[in-house]
Design a protein around this ligand. Structure first.
Ligand code: ATP
Ligand code: MG
Length: 649
């Protein structure tokens, strides 16, 4: 019988936690076992001890109507209260955010200041007649007013739908319509790469395609000229001017909706994922503290994602604030004005914990080691990654060039739908292996299963499945319960199917193999994109690679590779031959790419993830599928031309 997914890559390096780190860590050895003894009791305890409730829950999981699971149903809570009020007045002067604007301006915002801005803005929302359960779309850049707007909504039980500021007006329009938003909060323009992104003008275009939006609140950030529609558009500063900074946080049921967030759209039409209050915040506050080992009094934490993605919701806003963390927020592009911008910020603020994505790490590798080398990064004590499988060589690069071999790395697997981290090392507990997200966190249960939903043997590849409900799980897809059931709960009865391939090794470690939709079928073998790409990235000439299965008369599918080289390397026929052989030597002849195209970049989502389905469309001369989330159209055209030339050869 063929394997659900082959296991080709083997990685022998491992990194145990240092005794010093373990001695001071929040999460200590034994925690997985304790939680496994009674996962509901574990989560109820986290809920009660880590959060402040208006009414404490007495029950953890309600599984009476699967897959519509509920958590802490008899509890009453307010997320904004947990992020702000409960830290006051004792910590009013602690910095919540060090904000760094792209052009070089800076702001320091304390917990006291943040709370008063949130209260004033919440009063402003009330003055517009917004009520609990209403939806508000937020389309902003990385400015402090973005978390202010989210927290003000949360304070009143208004459901926010943050739309990433890099999205087009069409993408904004479809998200406004899908959620029936009554109000849009935006800004004149956002800074990105030295240019202004016209968010207000985009909003105007979006609103021309939708109905139902009554008011648009506009923050002045970049000083751009904008059109203000009489009766509809209001400046943020005018609106808050007369508001007081007294505004009680509304007690909400644990299962009331907190927000809608559309998935980043790597595979197709975005889905409006719904998260609720109590369960979401419980898992976010717990994982943020234990995975990142947060020490509220001393750490300077930086999650360099965008707040427009779930990573930013959970690990820039709700997790850090509920743990009373001091964070950095940077507004702009990582290479503006120069490729060392992030390292300069780490040095300047003494950042201790840094969390980013493999796509960023591969870009840093491409830009060259000299940029981080120029800076004192010795304040760092822990590194994290999220968003895609990390190729072992990229992991090692991060470990050596950013962590200076002193920092544990937490490779965190999770998704918009899971709300919080699910599979990850605990830095004081888990021995890490480059490329493996290691094990499910305490209170989480996952398996790698075959086509029939049965656990695979050690060393086998298959499908990742979550085998038990968890507090921060998505409650549904907004307005489409059936799609929620079909997408996540129908593949394997009783199991949650995230859509990712994985393998589990002899030590019980999980290795994420990429999306199931991307798996290649070559001569009867199911081959994961991750393993072939990692073999390519292990060659010193390569910074980044994507592989896909292209139709082939002989083998069913043939592997086509798209490769970005490191700065200064020339891509010629000799290198193509060498790379093909390198993959064959590294993981086996079955995985040898049939073709290799060199390209300056790969098609990516606006969150930086490789869109392999577009590479398949190009390679099989098809019309491109959904491109609303594509960030770099020009790259697609470049690759299409090169691929066409190659087929003519
Ligand atoms: P869509 O679901 O709309 O196609 P998306 O899956 O890219 O978009 P996200 O929820 O932002 O949207 O991403 C979650 C996915 O990212 C996971 O399902 C997985 O494929 C990948 N991922 C995230 N973290 C990791 C990780 N540490 N290792 C491997 N893959 C990861
Ligand atoms: Mg997804």
């Amino acid at each position: 019988m063929t394997q659900a997914i082959e296991n080709l890559l083997s990685e022998d390096r491992s990194f145990p936690p240092s005794p010093d780190f373990t001695a001071q860590a929040n999460a200590k050895p034994g925690i997985h076992e304790q939680a496994a003894a009674d996962f509901e009791a574990y989560w109820l305890e986290q809920a009660k001890t880590r959060l402040t409730w208006f009414k404490e829950p007495t029950q953890a999981l309600d599984d009476s109507n699967p897959p519509f699971f509920k958590w802490f149903t008899d509890g009453e809570i307010n997320v904004s209260y947990n992020c702000l009020d409960r830290h006051l007045p004792d910590h009013a002067d602690q910095v919540a955010y060090h904000w760094v604007g792209e052009p070089g301006d800076k702001r320091t915002i304390t917990y006291g200041e943040l709370a008063s801005e949130v209260r004033r803005f919440a009063n402003a929302l009330k003055s517009l007649g917004l009520q609990k359960g209403d939806r508000v779309a937020i389309y902003m850049g990385m400015v402090p007013e973005l978390p202010v707007a989210m927290l003000a909504c949360a304070r009143l039980g208004i459901v926010h739908s943050v739309v990433f500021g890099g999205f087009s007006s069409d993408a904004l329009a479809s998200r406004i319509s899908d959620a029936d938003a009554r109000v849009v909060i935006t800004q004149d323009a956002a800074w990105r790469g030295g240019k202004q992104v016209p968010l207000k003008a985009n909003t105007d275009l979006a609103l021309a395609q939708t109905s139902g939006v009554e008011k648009v609140i506009v923050l002045r950030r970049a000083g751009a000229d904008v059109h203000m529609e009489e009766g509809r558009d209001i400046w943020w500063h005018d609106l808050v001017e007369d508001q007081t900074d007294e505004c009680e946080a509304v007690p909400l049921a644990a299962e009331d909706s907190l927000y809608i967030l559309y998935t980043s759209g790597t595979t197709g039409k975005p889905k409006g994922i719904v998260h609720t209050q109590g369960g979401y915040l419980t898992q976010v506050v717990t994982t943020h503290s234990d995975v990142f080992d947060i020490k509220p009094d001393t750490d300077v934490y930086w999650c360099a994602a965008d707040i427009g993605w779930v990573t930013g919701h959970s690990y820039i806003v709700y997790g850090p604030l509920s743990n009373r963390t001091t964070s950095v927020i940077y507004e702009g592009a990582p290479n503006y004005p120069a490729p060392d911008r992030l390292w300069q910020i780490i040095e300047e603020y003494g950042v201790t914990i840094f969390y980013t994505a493999p796509t960023a790490i591969r870009a840093f590798m491409k830009w060259g080691d000299e940029h981080p080398a120029k800076h004192d990064l010795s304040s760092l004590r822990l590194l994290g990654t999220v968003g895609e499988p990390i190729n072992p060589e990229a992991w090692i690069w991060y470990h050596e060039n950013i962590g200076r071999k002193n920092c544990p790395i937490v490779d965190t697997w999770w998704q918009t739908e899971t709300g919080a981290i699910m599979i990850s090392p605990l830095p004081g507990v888990t021995t890490t292996k480059p490329g493996s997200a290691t094990m499910p966190l305490p209170g989480i249960a996952a398996e790698v299963v075959d086509d029939e939903g049965k656990p695979v043997n050690p060393g086998g590849g298959g499908f990742l499945a979550i085998t038990r409900p968890w507090p921060s799980m998505a409650r549904t897809i907004w307005g489409d319960d059936q799609r929620f059931i079909d997408t996540y709960w129908s593949r394997f009865p009783g199991l949650y199917f995230p859509g990712d391939g994985a393998k589990k090794d002899e030590d019980g470690y999980f290795w994420l193999l990429g999306r199931v939709d991307d798996v290649m079928l070559v001569s009867g073998h199911n081959i994961s994109t991750m393993e072939v790409e990692s073999a390519l990235v292990a060659h010193p000439a390569v910074a980044e690679a994507a592989v896909i299965g292209r139709k082939d008369e002989l083998t069913g599918q043939a592997i086509a590779a798209f490769v970005t080289l490191r700065q200064g390397v020339v891509g010629d026929q000799a290198l193509i031959d060498e790379l093909r052989q390198h993959v064959a030597d590294h993981i086996g002849p079955i995985a040898k790419p049939k073709s290799i195209v060199f390209t300056d970049d790969l098609p990516k989502t606006r969150s930086g993830k490789i869109m392999r389905r577009l590479l398949r469309d190009i390679s099989e001369n098809r019309q491109l599928g959904d491109v609303t989330t594509l960030a770099n159209q020009d790259v697609v055209e470049e690759i299409a031309q090169k691929a066409a030339l190659q087929t003519e050869d």
